[in-house]
Design a protein around this ligand. Structure first.
Ligand code: NAP
Ligand code: MG
Length: 455
């Protein structure tokens, strides 16, 4: 171990816990343990592996409240949100607990015999996750990876390792064999990079920034590692004049300021048809002013602090470029990385705030003129993760949903993620899909076996 990791509480700036800091050596040891655990894990009867995943889901469910409090304190998120996230963690394990017995192959008629396909595990998989939804995003990777017969080494973000470390214990207590799940709490540039380079790691599943994702894709090339990347976003919330403007305005709020805007699916660009602009801003303002920002453990809190001083500084820099501040909510004084919910309107198309992922509670409102302009503006970004369309015209809703270049899109809703549906990005928002049945394809290799039957 290379010293200790001081884990802070962003709402107070105080040390929440100190944990040993892992480095390259601990990463190598975890990979070696995962490699040793692989043969019995992949050979386990599918029904037994399914039962273990259900038992793990039960254990997580019975510790849901403690995990939610730990996540709320360490990541600075409202306790109600943290409870919802831990519910999704449980649901994700339950969903993939059904998978080991359903990894079906094909039989294919060919000359001279029969061909069949199998889904084989990849081997040891490295999982690298960010600080914004620490255990939730880890679960999206852990559950399908384990269900498909892989063993894993998970590297949480240095800022938020606590629920991952607790998860490692819970897995052991639930009966998951030693070595199947390893957690290395240490820096990206040592533990993370080592997973990317390690010759015995078959795949890296990464969620984080597009910038780090580029380095991971390049680093994986030397061993032809499988890589899935869930990266940044700059999603558009497109509101047509015929939409229910009151509803769209109320829903725009959690879509932009949920998790204090530190959400890869944040609808941080609100595109409003010009004729509805005035009505939309008037409907939005009371919601921004009423947003309750404060102590994550207070049941009534709707938005917590940012994750760190550095993140707050980075977010604040977007106010220096001259885009007009149309609305500013309130935030506590004193210790804590607070930032008030802020709406910039109208924002020029060339502005830095309109192009870059801010990853904080700043929303940009921009006018558009007609359907073609809305689609062009929504697509005017290097990202392609998520988005929304608000209109009462059903045909237009589907036309625009198809035309926007994102992996996920919702109509008359701002939700993004469901356990049963694929999630991931177009363009520079990533490669591959998580959740739903499709994720299993990214944690297994397709093998084709030919059996000669002709005499
Ligand atoms: P980040 O800086 O890219 O870090 C993500 C993870 O990668 C952390 O665990 C980090 O470790 C690690 N890492 C850093 N440098 C590395 C390297 N050279 N090699 C290997 N691993 C390395 O992202 P973040 O600041 O934590 O999170 C914010 C970003 O994540 C945003 O851009 C957001 O859009 C994106 N995100 C995307 C999704 C999605 O599903 N598409 C979901 C959530 C977040 P340390 O921090 O411990 O050093
Ligand atoms: Mg970072």
């Amino acid at each position: 171990m290379t010293g200790t990791l001081e884990v802070l509480e962003p709402a107070t700036e105080a040390v929440l816990e100190e944990v040993p800091r892992a480095g390259v050596e601990e990463t190598d040891a975890a990979v070696a343990r995962a490699r040793a655990a692989l043969p019995p894990w992949r050979a386990m009867a599918p029904a037994d592996r399914a039962r273990l995943l259900h038992r793990l889901a039960d254990a997580l469910e019975s510790e849901r409240e403690q995990l939610a409090v730990l996540e709320a304190r360490n990541a600075g998120k409202p306790i109600g949100d943290a409870r919802g996230e831990m519910g999704m963690v449980v649901d994700t394990f339950r969903y993939y607990a059904g998978a080991p017995e359903r990894l079906l192959g094909d039989t294919i008629p060919v000359a001279g015999g029969v061909a069949m396909t199998f889904r084989e595990p990849l081997g040891v998989v490295g999982l690298i996750v960010p600080w914004n939804f620490p255990l939730t995003i880890a679960a999206w990777k852990l559950a399908p990876a384990l269900a498909a017969g892989n063993t894993v080494v998970l590297k949480p973000a240095e800022l938020t390792p606590l629920t991952a470390l607790r998860f490692e214990q819970i897995a052991l207590e639930a009966g998951v064999p030693e070595g199947v799940v390893g957690v290395v709490a240490g820096p990206g540039r040592s533990c993370g990079q080592r997973l990317v380079e390690h010759p015995h790691v078959a795949k890296v599943a990464f969620t984080g920034s597009t910038e780090v994702g580029r380095g991971i894709a390049a680093g994986a090339a030397s061993t032809i590692k499988r890589v899935t990347l869930e990266l940044g976003g700059k999603s558009a919330n497109v509101v047509f004049a015929d939409a229910d403007i009151e509803r769209a305005a109320a829903a725009a709020l959690p879509a932009a300021f949920g998790n204090a805007g530190q959400d890869c699916c944040a609808r941080s660009r609100i595109l409003v048809e010009r004729s509805a602009m005035e009505d939309f801003l008037a409907a939005l303002e009371p919601h921004v002013n009423a947003l309750r920002v404060g102590d994550p453990l207070d049941e009534s809190t709707e938005m917590g602090p940012l994750i760190s001083a550095g993140q707050r500084e980075s977010v604040a820099s977007y106010l220096e470029d001259g885009a007009p501040v149309a609305m500013r909510g309130s935030a506590p004084d004193g210790p804590g990385y607070w930032f008030p919910p802020t709406v910039l309107a109208p924002v020029e198309r060339e502005a830095r705030a309109a192009a870059e992922e801010i990853f904080g509670p700043i929303a940009c409102v921009m006018p558009f003129d007609g359907e073609a302009d809305a689609v062009a503006l929504a697509n005017d970004t290097i990202y392609g993760l998520s988005g929304s369309v608000w209109t009462r015209d059903g045909a237009r809703a589907l036309r625009v949903a198809r035309a926007i270049e994102t992996g996920v899109l919702s109509i008359n809703s701002n939700t993004s993620v469901r356990v049963a549906t694929p999630f991931g990005g177009f363009k520079q928002s990533g490669v591959g899909r998580e959740l739903g049945p499709h994720a299993l394809d990214h944690y297994s290799e397709l093998k084709s076996v030919y059996y000669a039957t002709d005499e």
